[in-house]
Ligand binder design. Structure first.
Ligand code: HEC
Length: 115
């Protein structure tokens, strides 16, 4: 019985920790966005040469956003573009993951949820 309580307590601590950790990634991702993406991408339906990130968040899965940012020049056709103007940015894989986490967090409801 005590064992069960301990297990529940441990899992609560883990859940809280995972949540904190994810929020930290989103916060870091927001900074990375401001420094590396905001010149070309808005997040509030503003203007820019790249698509607004609220739309990207609605349309794309996090894994696909990571793939695009890692290599726009090999992904643009798969994403439906006929040309590629986005450069490959000098970000680490961890930074790409954080900024993708941030973009993913902008819209809680996703296009594929309707399917
Ligand atoms: C110099 C301008 C520029 C910068 C800087 C830039 N992008 Fe882009 N991005 C674009 C353009 C233009 C497109 C449209 C496709 C293309 O030309 O590659 C695009 C497309 C994308 C897409 C695919 C959108 C979709 O769903 O169809 C993602 C994801 C993306 N950018 C993420 C980022 C992230 C994250 C950053 C910052 C780390 C960033 N971009 C920085 C110009 C830019």
């Amino acid at each position: 019985m005590f064992f069960l309580f301990r297990l529940i307590r441990i899992s609560i601590v883990f859940t809280l920790f995972a949540q904190l950790n994810l929020n930290a990634n989103i916060e870091k991702g927001k900074d990375i966005y401001a420094q590396n993406c905001a010149n070309c991408h808005s997040v509030n339906m503003g203007t820019g040469m790249g698509p607004d990130f609220n739309l990207v968040s609605y349309k794309r899965k996090k894994e696909d956003i990571i793939k695009y940012v890692s290599s726009p020049s090999t992904m643009f056709r798969k994403f439906g573009y006929s040309s590629n103007a986005m450069p490959e940015l000098p970000l680490t894989p961890g930074e790409i993951k954080d900024v993708s986490e941030y973009i993913n967090s902008l819209q809680p409801f996703k296009l594929w949820m309707k399917k």
